[in-house]
Design a protein around this ligand. Structure first.
Ligand SMILES: [Cu+2]
Length: 490
């Protein structure tokens, strides 16, 4: 115990000194990065390979990655990647089949986060893939064009498997999005960016305990940099943290344009200088680099200092269960270098995007309230005082119901609330207005401490009297701890 405490202090000392910063062996340039207050060497951002089509093969396996000098880190990755997995690109209306092979020595599942598909295809805790087995779900893509993702959802193991690197992006395309003049050259002006953080043990293994990591990983890359063309670029950002929230902005405080969130495009771009993202949430932004000088640099940063209590990662501690070297700090997420523009550069912003018609109170056929409970004196968080039960049905919903869910957080901390099966509309926050960044279709919503959030969704298409869908906190430590419920649609 003494040794453990001492090593934490040594790590903090290392951060204060520039001589032993965490940098990987694949460096390409040196700049000043305020991540943890150290001078860092940047590493080229890993962009996951993309797979397009209607038949996909995913294989989850153990891997290793060289994050730090010395020993490699034991990780998980799909399809031979050392951390994370390929980006699956699908078209709305397609019938897709995915063969998921589990090469771990443990069970897993794969959940298609944000998808409107039958419960038995959803990849929740019940669709277990045994070690060595292959699971082959098939479903029609009914979602709108947008940024979705896949990740393990095995109860009690979601945190561990996600933390080791199991996850991947899914990009859905549709005719509405395709008709717009938007950046969409994958890896060039259309960049997937998954944010998370990890803590390393002295032997460079991941420390899979506690709520927060100490070092930011962008697409699994420490101190990531990317060269982006001098034009409008699109960042598809996913918060895949265990628990940390992000309040993102650009280092020169320039505005950017939010064009989409969890369920696809907004009706029109929104101009912002900051966007808050909680675990599970996605946002698509356009950044205009057209006026930047070639070779100049810009940082995407998390402005996480001084957040209201209950914002995950705002705690002051630098170590321990709720501590982190990144807590309550502003830190760099991605270092951007401005490169030459491309031939097909997007240089203007569309004034209109989608034509979504959202649910309102007038559409609602049933209402229910979900209270966030537990968490006192170290007890687990729960919904309505019920710890998750594998065979419990917490809510039963009529097929085609338009439901208003009121999520009440008179608890001790903020949470990230995710519902499977549906995309919902956030209609009210008790603290005031619904954020513009969350004004489109959503499947995950931040419920700050002391706040009540109201959402409306229609539960159509997929009735099943046996197989439930999940609703849960998307902090995977809270989810594993029992902050999850099950609903049937029938
Ligand atoms: Cu939670």
């Amino acid at each position: 115990m003494m040794l453990r405490k001492l090593s934490r202090e040594l790590i903090i000392l290392c951060i204060l000194l520039t001589s032993c910063n965490k940098s990987s062996t694949t460096s390409s340039s040196t700049d000043t990065n305020n991540n943890g207050g150290s001078t860092s060497t940047y590493n080229d951002l890993f962009v996951p390979p993309a797979i397009t089509g209607t038949n996909f093969n995913l294989t989850l396996d153990k891997s290793t990655k060289q994050f730090n000098s010395g020993a490699v880190t034991a990780t998980y990755g799909y399809n031979g990647n050392s951390f994370w997995g390929p980006t699956l690109i699908m078209n709305q209306g397609d019938d897709v089949k995915i063969n998921v092979t589990n090469n771990l020595s443990d069970q897993t599942t794969v959940h298609w986060h944000g998808f409107h598909i039958p419960a038995i295809m959803d990849g929740g805790p019940h669709q277990i893939i045994e070690a060595g087995a292959t699971w082959s779900p098939n479903f029609k893509i009914k979602n709108n064009a947008g940024t979705y993702w896949y990740h393990p959802h095995l109860h009690l193991k979601t945190y561990e498997q996600l933390a080791k690197g199991a996850g991947g992006f899914i990009i859905i395309k549709d005719p509405i999005e395709s008709a717009l003049s938007l950046p969409r050259t994958y890896g060039t002006d259309d960049i997937p960016l998954v944010l998370t953080s990890r803590r390393f043990n002295n032997d460079n293994s991941f420390n899979i305990s506690g709520a927060y990591g100490d070092y930011l990983l962008a697409n699994g890359t420490l101190n990531a940099q990317v060269s982006l063309p001098k034009q409008y670029v699109r960042l598809r950002i996913l918060n895949a943290e265990i628990e940390r929230g992000y309040d993102l902005g650009l280092s020169d405080n320039r505005s950017f344009n939010i064009i989409g969130n969890d369920g696809g495009l907004l009706n029109a771009p929104i101009t912002a200088t900051r966007v808050k993202m909680m675990p599970g949430e996605r946002v698509e932004i356009l950044v205009n680099l057209g006026n930047d000088a070639l070779g100049s640099t810009l940082d995407l940063k998390a402005y996480n200092s001084g957040q209201k209590f209950g914002f995950p990662g705002g705690e002051p501690a630098t170590s321990g269960e709720f501590g982190s070297l990144l807590n309550n700090k502003d830190f760099t997420v991605l270092h951007i270098k401005i490169g030459a523009s491309t031939n097909n550069a997007i240089t203007t912003l569309p004034s209109k995007l989608a034509n979504n018609t959202y649910w309102t109170n007038a559409d609602v056929t049933n209402s229910r309230t979900i209270n966030i409970t537990g968490g006192q004196a170290g007890s687990a968080f729960t919904f309505d005082n019920n710890t998750y039960g594998f065979t419990n049905i917490n809510q039963t919903i009529n097929l085609n119901a338009v439901e208003k869910w009121t999520i009440v957080n008179n608890n001790v901390f903020g949470h990230s609330f995710h519902v499977h099966d549906v995309q919902f509309k956030i209609i009210a926050r008790s603290s005031g207005a619904v954020g513009e960044h969350e004004s489109g279709w959503k499947d995950t919503v931040y419920v700050p401490l002391g706040e009540t959030v109201t959402v409306i969704a229609k539960f159509d298409d997929f009735a099943d009297p046996i197989n439930p869908f999940m609703y849960h906190c998307h902090f995977s430590n809270h989810e594993d701890g029992g902050m999850m419920g099950q609903f049937l649609v029938k």
